[in-house]
Design a binder for this molecule. Structure first.
Ligand SMILES: [Zn+2]
Ligand SMILES: [Zn+2]
Length: 166
């Protein structure tokens, strides 16, 4: 899989009120806490940019998959999601995405990254009833249930973790 092309040529619509459509597939390396997109996670991009009077209207749609670390057992799970972004940018002022309409190309990378990161769920678990890791020895309790004695809990260097709702 190729890296996703996020550069869109806007030259053709700049001087006439017109619109362009662009579609592309590829991967991006986005890492955000326990979540990431890697070379195995295909991103499907559909863009429509419409030139209006002194502004550009963006419609960006992204279908993607990403890897998420289960917040309880830390196993890596693949998730699929999709999201879209609709916004108009005034042609002659700065914006949060470093898009400059004096250039012939606009780079959608900041927009696409934001769309994907907004969808990444940081409290996601691999399954509803994931039992997580043992807070004493760290073993995955989905495969093996530990039966430590209560006094070990107090001696364990990890015992303070038991008070957290993991
Ligand atoms: Zn889990
Ligand atoms: Zn244990």
């Amino acid at each position: 899989m190729e890296q996703l092309n996020t550069l869109i040529q806007i030259q053709d619509i700049k001087y006439q009120n017109n619109s362009l459509k662009y579609s592309s597939n590829g991967y991006l390396d986005i890492k955000y806490f326990g979540n990431e997109t890697t070379k195995e996670n295909e991103i499907n991009l559909n863009v429509e940019i419409t030139k209006e009077i002194e502004s550009f209207k963006f419609n960006v749609m992204v279908n993607f998959s990403y890897i998420n670390e289960c917040s309880r057992c830390l196993n890596r799970v693949s998730n699929k999601d999709k999201a879209s972004f609709d916004r108009s940018f005034y042609e002659f002022s700065n914006n949060d995405y470093d898009i400059n309409f004096e250039d012939d190309y606009v780079d959608l990378l900041p927009i696409i990254s934001e769309i994907i990161i907004n969808k990444m769920d940081f409290n996601k678990t691999c399954k509803k009833d994931c039992k997580g890791l043992c807070y004493i020895c760290g073993k995955d309790q989905n495969h093996y249930i530990c039966s430590h004695k209560e006094k070990n809990v107090k001696e364990s260097p990890f015992s303070s973790l038991s008070e957290l709702d993991l």
